[in-house]
Ligand binder design. Structure first.
Ligand code: ANZ
Ligand code: ZN
Length: 868
């Protein structure tokens, strides 16, 4: 055994052992407990960042731990390989997105391998390869025929200079990121997944997921946004509108109907169009609204603006005439694109009514009272008794809801309705690097799905996009085809799918990645699914997880899987954060410096007080701790870390610095600490092994000191098992190992029995660390004399008898002050303890001349003697 810890050699040896033995390749083994551990697969952007490393380390530790519990563990990996960055890189470097992507995958795979992850690489999935996306296309055609996918017009950002559609993030302050041209909105035909048909189930089955963080479930619930309310119709005032009809609105507060003082419609609403005829001012306002952002968050925060029309509608119950306004805070695609405005009880309406001097009428008695006043804004969402509402006065919310519904039904002007915020999922993208939508447009037959025997529709890989328009739309050899139905010349769809589609079902494909008879082999899929533990970033809490849950239900309804939900347990790992440093640049912006290039001066408490750039020695400003990112230049490259210290140090630091769901603060001294600890373990093992391995541990006659060593070993096992098994708390499990190491380093090595105890302790250290630092554990295990590899060893078991304490140390107090300690047999009675305490020499000294009034015994802890 080498004297010094040499991670490079140790890690290479362990990894080649796992490779040669195909240690992590798994197959279905009926009867054996399965465990499917999945980390969100990476986008092949070029190289791994620390967020990846943390994600995959957490997943790997869980996978390896479950394997030690005797389970058949599947841990696969793949590449979410379609997407815009490849197109951008292609334009910048004039290289085809396919080539760029495959090269990145090659490099990142070597990086992942250097981390020593227990991955079954035979199941690797690359979503941009036809053998993967053909099944996506197959499912698309099935769902299209079922009507779960349909076509309708959708609004996109159109760049008139580049003649191309832009994603929301490519529109900066209303202009194209590349051309700088003012972006227009355009309506174009797109394909939609009818996710709204599953809205109720997606909501309900969140309750079947106790293993998900509550926060994520709440985010999903809010996104789905189920509201129970009422649709209310306001009859047109024919004199002003010129025709008969009703304006339909959706409200969650029908109890406030008697407080409606105006109605407001979205700019795209037909009544707005009607009112704008011959009203250029209104038309200009409508155009302005239409050119604004499509993002809902922007609509919520923008200044409320509107314009009156000359149109009136009638209140459905009182017949009172209410003015129709066009307002920018009303969304066309929610509810009915129109609202009944109740400024007294709705914040947005209040802001609007105040600005435009519209009447405000209170109809609900809230904690703020009956009148509009200063405290009253906090009470918007409160329910209360109705006032100023005629026949409905005195009713509470449920009572008012029912009574008003009954009144509306009688008049045929309304009824209750449940409304979802969730919209159908538009998946058409006018981009090149994505999965082609398998539809053929025929003048005679319409939209014809590509027949199964003509799948996959292969994306040509040798294309270099230039940013102007979709390359596929300019490739006749791609889009020219004949109609599968009538045989006439037809045109292939040139849009590709949203890349969220690929990541919505990859977890199922891993079960049978090479299966060529279907999307999944149902037997394999049902063997492994649902995923036991899914691990990934909180940034995917809404869209990815919702789409994946949706797809799982689609696959279920296709008869491909039997479970209802794809991910039994979800762990959202915290961010990796690091210090930031900057200088103010001459243009007023900030120049960020990497922490590696900065020297920091600390005060006595270790707090940074000043920092200088290493190159010029001049000060830089300390910018605080932020998520590692390119923009703040505070990233640490995992590769350089692994090269400097080895993967085990990197893994140990990541797992020790904080629990997986909390943010992890990068610290060079923390990394060095982790490395120092592994060197300590190595040193002790080396010294131990160097003397020759001891004989078998004979438990018969341990002395007190030896019992302490053994107790330290087994209490580490007990605590680590609880921390890891029940709470995913690897950091505290590591702390247990550190405590154990302190004991082992001080323990006597004089006799063979002493050394047998150290052997047991070191084996425990290797085993508990095995999921976290698998390479050094692999090596130590061999050095400690095992022929079987540590990956095939079980998680250590607690010997309860080792935890039994023969004697306990009790604290002695006189009048609450610490006056000494006594050793007592663990089974001593209160009386025996009291007697021993009374005869203790310190007690005798401190109670001299006093009389003892009371003796309080807290078994196992202390004795307090009250004397005066
Ligand atoms: C009258 C009212 C009175 C409302 C009141 C609220 C409070 P959720 O819960 O998100 O479903 N609304 C309806 N359609 C809208 C649209 N297209 N654009 C903007 N706002 C719209 O919200 C439903 C509430 O949002 C509805 O209830 C409506 O305002 C508004 F004291 O109607 B309410
Ligand atoms: Zn045809």
């Amino acid at each position: 055994m080498h004297e010094l810890y040499q991670p490079r050699e140790i890690e290479a040896a362990a990894q080649s052992y796992w490779n040669e033995h195909h240690s992590f390749d798994v197959s279905e083994q009926p009867g054996k407990d399965t465990y499917y551990c999945l980390s969100m697969f990476p986008y092949p952007s070029g190289k791994l960042h620390m967020g990846h490393v943390r994600n995959y380390t957490i997943g790997d530790v869980i996978a390896r731990y479950q394997r030690m519990l005797g389970k058949n563990v599947l841990q696969p990996m793949g590449w979410d390989a379609f997407g815009m960055p490849a197109e951008n890189a292609a334009m910048k470097n004039n290289v085809a997105p396919a080539k760029w992507t495959y090269e990145n995958i090659d490099y990142m795979k070597t990086q992942l391998k250097s981390l020593g992850l227990a991955i079954d690489w035979t199941r690797e999935i690359t979503t941009c390869k036809p053998d993967y996306y053909r099944w996506e296309q197959w499912l698309f055609t099935r769902l299209f025929e079922k009507g779960v996918i349909y076509r309708k017009n959708g609004t996109v950002n159109w760049d008139p200079a580049d003649q191309t559609v832009l994603a929301n993030e490519q529109v900066i302050d209303g202009r194209g990121w590349r051309s700088g041209a003012l972006i227009e909105k355009r309506e174009i035909p797109m394909y939609y997944f009818k996710i709204t048909a599953y809205a109720d189930e997606l909501l309900e089955s969140l309750d079947e997921l106790p293993g998900w963080p509550e926060q994520v479930k709440t985010m999903q619930r809010n996104w789905i946004g189920k509201s129970r309310g009422m649709e209310v119709q306001f009859p047109y005032d024919q004199a002003s509108i010129g025709e008969a009809g009703t304006l339909k609105v959706f409200t969650t507060r029908p109890d406030t109907l008697m407080g409606a003082t105006y109605v407001a419609v979205a700019a795209e609403h037909p009544l707005a169009t009607l009112a704008a005829k011959g009203n250029p001012e209104l038309q200009a306002f409508i155009d302005e609204c239409k050119s604004g952002s499509v993002a809902e968050a922007d609509v919520a925060t923008q200044e409320k603006k509107g314009l009156a029309t000359s149109l009136l509608v009638e209140h459905p119950l009182t017949g009172e005439k209410l003015p129709v306004w066009v307002a920018n805070y009303v969304l066309m695609h929610y509810g009915d694109g129109a609202v009944m405005a109740v400024p007294a009880h709705d914040e947005r309406d209040f802001e609007f009514a105040t600005k435009y001097k519209l009447p405000i009428k209170t109809v609900v008695r809230t904690s703020a009272g009956d009148q509009v006043g200063s405290e009253w804004q906090a009470a918007y969402n409160e329910h209360g008794q109705l006032i100023n509402s005629g026949a409905f006065d005195g009713l509470d919310f449920p009572g008012a809801f029912d009574a008003i519904e009954a009144a509306l039904i009688t008049k045929g002007l309304g009824q209750s309705r449940t409304q979802f915020r969730l919209r159908d999922w538009g998946i058409s993208r006018q981009r090149y690097w994505g999965c082609p939508i398998p539809i053929i447009h025929c003048d005679a037959c319409g939209d014809v799905p590509v027949p199964e025997d003509q799948l996959p529709v292969i994306l040509p890989e040798n294309v270099v996009p230039d940013g102007a328009g979709s390359p596929l739309a300019r490739l006749p050899e791609f889009y020219e085809c004949s109609c599968p139905k009538c045989g006439q010349p037809a045109k292939r769809e040139t849009d590709t799918m949203d890349t969220f589609v690929e990541s919505s079902w990859y977890f199922a494909r891993y079960a049978s990645p090479n299966y060529d008879q279907g999307l999944v082999d149902p037997k394999a899929a049902n063997h492994w699914l649902p995923v036991d533990q899914y691990i990934g970033g909180i940034e995917h809490a809404i869209l990815h997880l919702l789409y994946a849950r949706f797809f799982h239900k689609l696959m279920r309804d296709e008869g491909l899987v039997t479970s209802n939900e794809p991910f039994k347990n979800l762990l959202t790992q915290g961010m990796v954060v690091a210090d930031t440093y900057y200088r103010v640049a001459s243009n007023g912006g900030q120049d960020w410096f990497n922490p590696a290039d900065v020297e920091v001066e600390l005060d006595a408490k270790g707090k940074a007080i000043s920092a200088r750039l290493k190159t010029d020695g001049l000060p830089v400003i300390i910018g605080g701790t932020e998520k590692m990112s390119k923009s703040k230049n505070n990233g640490v490259d995992p590769q350089s870390m692994i090269e400097a210290y080895g993967a085990d140090t990197c893994r140990l630091f990541m797992m020790f610095a904080s629990p997986p769901d909390m943010s992890l603060e990068w610290s060079d001294s923390g990394v060095e600490g982790a490395n120092r600890f592994l060197r300590r373990v190595w040193r002790l093992a080396q010294a131990h092994v160097g003397q020759g391995l001891p004989g078998k541990l004979e438990l018969g006659n341990l002395n007190d000191a030896q019992k302490l060593v053994r107790r330290a070993t087994h209490s580490a096992i007990r605590q680590a098992s609880i921390d890891v098994g029940q709470h995913n708390k690897f950091n505290t499990a590591i702390a247990q190992v550190m405590t154990l190491m302190n004991v082992l380093e001080k323990a006597s090595q004089a006799t063979d029995l002493d050394r047998a105890l150290i052997q047991e302790g070191l084996e425990t250290v290797a085993l508990i660390l095995a999921p976290i630092t698998p390479h050094i554990s692999h090596e130590l295990w061999q050095r400690l004399g095992h022929t079987q590899a540590i990956i095939d060893a079980g998680w250590p078991a607690v010997d309860e008898s080792a935890l039994v304490q023969d004697t306990l140390e009790l604290v002695i107090q006189v009048n609450g002050k610490l006056r000494g300690h006594i050793e007592m047999p663990a089974g001593a009675s209160r009386e025996e303890i009291e007697a021993a305490a009374r005869s203790n020499e310190n007690v005798l000294r401190f109670t001299e001349g006093l009389s003892i009034r009371k003796v309080i015994v807290v078994p196992g802890k202390l004795v307090n003697i009250v004397a005066n």
